[in-house]
Write a protein that binds this ligand. Structure first.
Ligand SMILES: Nc1ncnc2c1ncn2[C@@H]1O[C@@H]2COP(=O)(O)O[C@H]2[C@H]1O
Length: 212
């Protein structure tokens, strides 16, 4: 019987070494199950009850994780954007985020963002190129996968530049746009998604700094 205690503790040890929380919880459940015969043989009811509670909590959290991670269908546009920008999110997390936004076309010559405005949206380009202007000076071009308005989104400051679709562009630019407050509320309820998005936005801004 004592061997079971050692086996269980080795399993606990392995569970602490794995990085994926799903595996950690699964191994914890197996380790506890390995200990139960020992507790029963020794009539140790308090640890049986407490470990039953731990198993119940872990099973509940595992079911939640599995629901979050179950495969989901992304349409072609979503799939492209996911591969290009949001790969650090679980596909289902991304789907929820994408469904919160609306797809929009920016026609050649159309202005997406004015300079110095209080922006109530965050955009990401799915296809096409947008031009960034400060005054009349063109300072950058933004391509598929780039965010527009992330600086205001993160700082709450008015926009730093004007962003337009060039009149000479043959095709409309496709963007996915989120309402700022709706996105903030969503992220408040999804802290993992918020952490991942902050990193994605930070990486986007670093790329812009580097390009500038
Ligand atoms: N130098 C730059 N390089 C690339 N993009 C920029 C630059 N300046 C501004 N932008 C983009 O233009 C947007 C204007 O609104 P924001 O300041 O919210 O966020 C800005 C960025 O998305």
């Amino acid at each position: 019987m004592n061997a079971l205690v050692h086996v269980a503790n080795v399993l606990f040890l392995v569970s602490y070494l794995v990085r994926d929380i799903l595996w950690l919880r699964g191994l914890t459940i197996v380790a506890i199950a390995t200990l139960i015969p020992y507790y029963l043989a020794n009539d140790l009811w308090p640890p049986i009850i407490w470990n039953g509670v731990f198993v119940a909590i872990n099973v509940y959290q595992m079911v939640r994780l599995l629901i979050e991670r179950r495969p989901c269908h992304l349409d072609e546009r979503q799939q492209q954007l996911y591969q290009r920008v949001f790969r650090t999110l679980q596909p289902r997390e991304f789907l929820a985020l994408a469904q919160l936004g609306t797809w929009r076309s920016v026609a050649p010559g159309e202005q997406l963002v004015a300079e110095g405005e209080v922006l109530d949206q965050l955009h990401v380009i799915e296809a096409g190129t947008l031009e960034v202007l400060v005054g009349e000076r063109s300072v950058a071009e933004l391509n598929a996968g780039s965010f527009v308005g992330e600086m205001s989104f993160l700082t709450g400051e008015p926009t730093s530049a004007r962003v337009v679709a060039n009149a000479g562009e043959p095709r409309a630019v496709e963007v996915l746009s989120w309402p700022r407050e709706g996105l903030r509320a969503f992220l408040d309820g999804h802290p993992d998604t918020r952490a991942a998005l902050q990193l994605i936005l930070g990486t986007d801004m670093a790329a812009k700094l580097r390009a500038g």
